[in-house]
Ligand binder design. Sequence first.
Ligand SMILES: [Zn+2]
Length: 332
Amino acid sequence: MDEVNILKKYIAEMESLPCNLCGKNETQIICGKERFGLDINTVVCKNCGLIYLNPRPAKGQYEEMNRADYRIAVDGTDAGNNKLFQNQYNYFFKNAALLCRKNIGFQPQSILDVGCSCGGALKCLGEIYPSAKLYGLEPIVKHAEYTKEKTGAEVYTGILENWNPGKKFDVILFSKALNHTLDPRGNLEKIKSLLSERGVLILIIHDPMNPLLAYPIEYVSEILHPFMFYRESIKYFLDQVGFNIINYRDGRYVSPSGREMRKLKFPKMIIFARSGRIGSNKTVKPNYLETLKMIADNSSIRLKYGHIYHRWQSPNLAMRFYRKGLKMIGLW
Ligand SMILES: [Zn+2]
């Protein structure tokens, strides 16, 4: 199925918005096309370094797209499926489970996964904290049903903006979803209001600035990512919303081994944070010129070494055979 034809009907009605974090309206264009080839500008805010799509499809168009077509364009189906569930479970188990034990520091009684998709991460959290009651919130109806079936969680269908559960949660997972929202500031403020007094937010986001990302920024920029965050901008954003960062991790390895390279196809940032005072982390406001320089530097690294990364990340048959051999003799 042709993604462009599915998605292009949604760019008929566009709207221009000020920066979601600082409210200013001065931007510089980074690229003029997004991943599916649609003519949408990705811009950087000259005041605070936030990267976002502008102008972008109007709110009604996004709601319709989320409901109807997005998963079909990306996965070919919007049904819940075991592959997606297993990927989510494996990712969380490998990358975040140990960090949870280190950073949460108490037995949570309630865990909410905002944008739980097929429930893989929620399942893993339920295994780490078996006494906790699990909750999920997911806009895609079939995914919500699938999560309920796989995890036994109480799953609500809908989006965070319109959701009022009337209770607070000890742990809230917000994974690979912040860049999908139309109002990240509003979403983080809402999450802050839903955290219990000792509550911890686990935030997982793509890092489009990783120098080892195998794809250019035009590939990460896509219609359904109205916002993009990177190390400097997400730290500043959280500080401005009033979150205290307990732990921050990303995949910016200095010299990655082949094993690590394979994980870097879409490198993620993992952040643990508690509700705090605005500005308490004292993070420095990102300078957009440095952001642009980072993008340019990354492009030149990719031009030089991109083919090697691609070979590691998407090995051909000969390379797989070679690695298998290395594994058998314990060298890889
Ligand atoms: Zn701004």
